[in-house]
Design a protein around this ligand. Structure first.
Ligand code: UD1
Length: 341
């Protein structure tokens, strides 16, 4: 019997890539998504890649009645991977209550349903945003968490705390929080990828849309930071590498290989890359010249962060394999694919 994995937000960017990897590893994938920031046609891409169309129910998990109804009809779920959440830092500053309600009510509903329907395992989408600007780099999982710089970041910190407290109060529930650094790129088939609505907030979709001619130029937010070239530094990892870490986490929980009921892992490459180096990688990988201009710093941006991924490397046996250039190339292939459709 295939193990059933519930993926909330499974038609989104990271969720869809994870659904592919789960299916490839022999899991039965059930998706709940409200399609707030994704399209159900994403299932076509997943099906073309894997030969299997995952089961999808379209509703909002903040709606507890619908969630309870879902669990009463779908028994024997081995694990939940919880992606469904809002994720725009700037928007969260303007609409904090939307972020707290959406990201926290959904999580509480899920945890209550896990208790009620005896679902034992949870993998949670967390973020390096929980570290704020770390004092020591590369950052390790035991680094002190700084006060969150945005309501979005706070929902990830509070979300982790809610899960940790739930696990310590209930021995039947185990969880892994995965702290992502900056996921970029797309599936090498170019059949699934990131689909931002409107003007992208994140760097790589902005780069690919500019290169395609949809935007005039990339605005680079500041080159007067205290970094070797003055540009902000991040740890960009290929979304397929990131997706594979979720499969490893699910196996660790379902095969009871976890060391404690609640574990946290950094998911990054370990390499700090500046915005300028990211632009150069894009140009090198695609042969396309990018128009960009340096403007003021973006409020809320931290100067530099990159992961120490040793704990994930050793404990999960997971590490990134794709290069920055490969990730940029797949992001470009995907941009071309969606525009030509
Ligand atoms: C942020 C969050 C991260 C969250 C992610 C999802 C923090 C520290 N990080 O990542 O937790 O998961 O958003 O949306 O809160 N840049 C430009 N021009 C642009 C866009 C970006 O120069 O048009 C620069 C930024 O200044 C930054 C880098 O590119 O240095 C990456 O930015 P972005 O892709 O938005 O991700 P983060 O802000 O790092």
């Amino acid at each position: 019997m295939k193990k059933k994995i519930l993926v909330t937000g499974g038609t989104g960017y990271i969720g869809s890539h994870t659904a592919v990897e789960l299916i490839n590893e022999g899991f039965d994938v059930l998706i709940i998504d409200n399609l707030y920031n994704s399209e159900k046609e994403v299932l076509d891409g997943i099906e073309k890649i894997t030969g299997t169309r995952p089961y999808l129910e379209i509703f909002d998990i903040c709606d507890n009645e619908k969630l309870i109804d879902f669990f009463s009809r779908n028994k024997d779920i081995s694990a939940i991977i919880h992606f469904a959440a809002y994720k725009a830092v700037g928007e969260s500053v303007r609409k904090p209550l939307n972020y707290y309600r959406n990201n926290l009510v959904s999580l509480i509903n899920l945890l209550e349903a896990m208790k009620k329907y005896s679902v034992p395992n949870l993998v949670f989408s967390s973020s390096c945003t929980v570290y704020g600007q770390p004092e020591k780099l590369p950052v390790t999982e035991d680094a002190p968490l700084q006060p969150a710089a945005s309501p979005y970041g706070n929902t990830k910190q509070v979300g982790e705390a809610i899960i940790r407290d739930t696990v310590s109060s209930d021995e039947n529930i185990k969880a892994i929080a995965l702290r992502y650094f900056n996921p970029i790129g797309a599936h090498p088939s170019a059949l699934i990828g990131e689909l931002p609505r409107g003007v992208p907030e994140n760097l790589v979709p902005y780069i690919t849309q500019t290169a395609y001619g949809l935007r005039d130029e990339l605005k680079v937010y500041g080159n007067d930071y205290d970094t070797p070239d003055g540009y902000c530094i991040r740890d960009y990892l290929h979304v397929v590498d990131l997706a594979k870490a979720h499969v490893v986490a699910v196996k660790r929980l379902t095969e009871e290989k976890n060391k404690s009921g609640y574990e946290v892992f950094n998911l990054g490459t370990g390499n700090g890359v500046s915005v300028l180096e990211a632009i150069q990688a894009f140009e090198r990988a695609t042969g396309v010249k990018l128009k960009y201009k340096v403007v003021d710093r973006r409020p809320g941006d931290i100067e530099k962060i990159w992961a120490n991924p040793s704990y994930a490397n050793e404990e999960l046996g997971w590490k990134t394999v794709s290069t920055l250039d490969e990730a940029m190339k797949t992001a470009w292939d995907w941009e071309n694919h969606i525009r030509k459709k």
